[in-house]
Design a protein around this ligand. Structure first.
Ligand SMILES: [Zn+2]
Length: 476
């Protein structure tokens, strides 16, 4: 097999993807996808054109050649002649197009890459272009920034329809250099790997400079200025430690959760701002945040001039109100057809994770808790919320932050193709979602206990001369 070209095209793509993923303001965790098209020799010795595209559920920052799937481009191109295709049809169809078997299911956004005539394509959810994508005046300002190089596509859930809209728009505007997908992300391209990367980064840089200048010129302070000043670091940590057990109990009513705490400057500025009560009600800053953060965080109704007993009461009331709101959102959308192009209505799967508790909890002056089935997933929710804060900051300088409607959020959050990503996680072990404190952990018996607990899925806090927290994966 003459795989030299194959390896170099795919290796280049992996390297470019990891470069993009290394900056989380360019690629949020698990978000975005990249592709390259190359001539390969297939199992029958035929020369064929192959689309290499990222698999569903992997992260660009850590991708390898195994994260990508090769598809016969000749099989994909004719789909553009269709007017519609259901999600199930699309997934089934793509399963027949594999260049080499055993690869991951290709990204939900595969056809976006396949339909474009460019050799290299980057699709990112970059903060700076989402300043426009998620702003009231975003389209008009993006045109000021990019003029005729820009194609603006109104919001539509990813899938066949969006891929087709983009392809037809690019065909009609052959001089365009970028596409902004409203309330979603950016598409850039190039005929070589380097040109594609340079175009992606230059586009993002241009958007960032444009919007940062507006932020600097604005007379109104960022997020409307402070409502609650941040406490000093020691006090923040002390309060977080004090309320964490209560909060963990409150959010674990249906399923036990692991908490993650952060108190970075962006979080403190946002959570304590005058605009936070309004902005936290609007929705997610990118569709793919939804399965990790839900449409809204819980902003706790408490300020540091009150005592921590009042914080406990505010957490109880806040979680209760959040659960009621989330259940109402589930009920209001229960009849929504999640695949309108399918012959039969597709409703939310009975096994879809629908725990109504908040995944992001903001405490003014103190910081942010996030939740997840393990510390890694709680950390993912936190990383995505940093992106949301950044996008809201920029979008507010572009006429005001906007997001998906509740109905649009629901069709992404409970979309079977988005839920599929969650199902890629390995099954939970017996002690998953549990935290164990082991004293004397450095000794022979102590360390053996730690290993056993970790092997069975527990998060283990080791207490000895030094303290540390290890997730099961790092310990095993
Ligand atoms: Zn996307």
């Amino acid at each position: 097999m003459s795989d030299t070209t194959a390896l170099s095209a795919l290796d280049q793509l992996v390297a470019r993807s990891r470069r993009l993923g290394a900056d989380r303001s360019v690629c949020n965790w698990g978000g975005g996808n990249t592709s390259a098209k190359s001539d390969e020799t297939d199992f029958r010795g035929r020369r064929v054109r192959v689309l290499w595209v990222k698999g569903s559920g992997s992260d660009l920052a850590t991708c390898t050649t195994e994260s990508f799937t090769g598809l016969y481009l000749d099989d994909i191109a004719p789909l553009l002649e269709r007017e519609r295709m259901s999600d199930t049809e699309m997934v089934d169809y793509l399963a027949h197009c594999y260049f080499n078997p055993g690869r991951p299911r290709p990204s939900i956004e595969t056809l976006l890459h396949g339909f474009l005539p460019f050799t290299h394509v980057d699709h990112t959810h970059a903060d700076a272009t989402n300043y426009f994508a998620c702003a009231q005046d975003g389209e008009q300002l993006a045109r000021e920034c990019f003029s005729d190089a820009l194609i603006w596509i109104p919001y539509r859930r990813p899938g066949f329809g969006l891929a087709r809209d983009v392809a037809l728009a690019v065909r009609a505007h052959p001089d365009a250099q970028l596409v902004i997908l409203a309330k979603h992300g950016l598409i850039t391209w190039g005929e070589t790997d380097e040109v594609c990367f340079a175009s992606t980064m230059a586009t993002i840089g241009q958007a960032r400079d444009f919007v940062e200048a507006r932020i600097t010129d604005a007379t109104r302070p960022i997020f409307g200025g402070g409502r609650a000043a941040a406490l000093v670091a020691e006090r923040r940590q002390a309060i977080a430690a004090e309320v964490a057990p209560l909060l963990r109990g409150l959010v674990s009513q249906e399923k036990r959760q692991i908490l993650h705490f952060e108190d970075g400057d962006d979080v403190l500025e946002f959570a304590g701002s005058s605009d936070a009560p309004r902005l936290t009600q609007i929705g997610a800053a990118c569709p793919d945040h939804l399965v990790h953060t839900k449409p809204w965080p819980l902003l706790v109704d408490w300020t540091p001039d009150r005592d921590s007993a009042a914080l406990g009461a505010a957490l109880r009331a806040g979680v209760e109100a959040y659960v009621a709101k989330y259940r109402a959102y589930l009920d209001a959308n229960a009849e929504q057809d999640l695949d309108p192009d399918a012959a039969q209505p597709v409703l939310r799967a009975a096994d879809a994770a629908s725990d109504p508790h908040p995944r992001v909890i903001l405490i003014p002056g103190v910081g942010m808790f996030t939740t997840g089935r393990d510390s890694a997933m709680a950390n993912v929710a936190a990383q995505l919320y940093h992106r949301a804060i950044a996008v809201m900051r920029g979008a507010e300088a572009c006429g005001g932050f906007i997001s998906l409607t509740d109905a649009e959020s629901y069709t992404v959050e409970y979309w079977p193709l988005e839920q599929y990503k969650l199902k890629l996680a390995p099954p939970e072990h017996e002690l998953a979602r549990q935290v164990a404190l082991v004293t004397g952990a450095a000794g022979g018996i102590g360390s053996a206990i730690c290993r056993r607990l970790a092997r069975d899925g527990a998060h283990v806090v080791l207490r000895n001369s030094a303290q540390d927290v290890l997730s099961p994966s790092t310990w095993m």
